[in-house]
Design a protein around this ligand. Structure first.
Ligand SMILES: O=P(O)(O)OC[C@H]1O[C@H](O[C@H]2O[C@H](CO)[C@@H](O)[C@H](O)[C@H]2O)[C@H](O)[C@@H](O)[C@@H]1O
Length: 251
């Protein structure tokens, strides 16, 4: 049972609790700028980070500025924020940077994706420091696959890009990063004995596949996964974080 696994993880000498943002802390919505974490979730992460030998992190595809603003965790040091799928982190020196060639590639991919918009009503682009994201959630279910296919076709014309095909998004980055590498690096830097991670999308599988015995990986919602445990919704994540905090505070 998940509650038993969380109770066991709460007894670890040092513990890192990390969560994805969209679809995990915050329910999925049409407009990413209106996403908000469920009540209590951010407080639970802050509460966990305040416990001795305990660390908390939010690991997201969002760029760091957006993640900080949406979680309200921009100007604090307790909860580590990892953005752009690992390319940006509050735990790292400096921000994400691009070579002139990468800047040029991002501009060209963006222009090619923009050119698709008139033919695909509802298709829109989100711009990040080192990536562009093609969104299809506002399109009708019948029309979205053709737009995603067209976006993916654009990416085949560029050899120097990294493509992530997530939930109704095609994300094209000019910087190589994945959540598993970023979170494993943070875990090693902190020396955490156990890692608890909640994620809902294909990009979170990079984390789930790197978990070991004593770690707890929780997939949120449907879909194939390497995670050992599964819950239905962000509301279940909120409950699990509350439970984890209670257990950790009273161990
Ligand atoms: O790693 P995450 O925190 O899950 O971020 C992944 C992407 O999340 C956002 O897109 C997703 O959420 C949107 C708002 O609920 C939704 O409209 C979209 O369909 C989802 O794919 C975000 O906009 C992307 O930049 C992130 O990469």
């Amino acid at each position: 049972m998940l509650s038993s696994a969380l109770a066991e993880a709460a007894e670890a000498g040092s513990l890192l609790v990390a969560t994805d943002f969209d679809g995990v802390l915050a329910p999925l919505v049409l407009d990413p700028s209106t996403s908000r974490p469920l009540p209590g979730t951010v407080d639970s992460l802050r509460g966990l980070a305040a416990q001795p030998g305990t660390y908390a992190a939010v690991v997201s595809g969002r760029d760091l500025a957006s993640l900080g603003a949406l979680t309200g965790l921009a100007d604090q040091g307790e909860v580590t924020l990892i953005g752009s799928h690992g390319a940006e982190s509050t735990a790292a020196q400096g921000g994400s940077s691009m070579t002139p060639e990468q800047r040029d590639t991002l501009d060209r991919v963006t222009a090619e994706l923009e050119a698709l918009m008139p033919a695909h009503p509802g298709f829109w682009l989100e711009h990040k420091p080192t990536a562009v994201v093609a969104h299809t959630r506002r399109m009708s279910p019948d029309a979205a696959p053709a737009a995603e296919a067209a976006a993916l076709e654009v990416t085949t014309r560029h050899t120097d890009v990294h493509v992530l095909h997530g939930k109704q998004v095609v994300e094209v980055s000019v910087v190589q990063a994945d959540k598993g590498t970023a979170l494993t690096g943070l875990r090693e830097a902190l020396g955490a004995d156990a890692l608890v991670y909640f994620g809902d999308d294909v990009t979170d599988e990079h984390v789930f596949t790197r978990l070991g015995d004593g770690d707890v990986g929780v997939k949120v919602g449907d879909g194939e996964t390497a995670a050992r445990w599964r819950v239905d919704s962000p509301e279940d994540v909120a409950q699990a974080l509350t439970l984890l905090l209670e257990r950790r505070a009273h161990r």
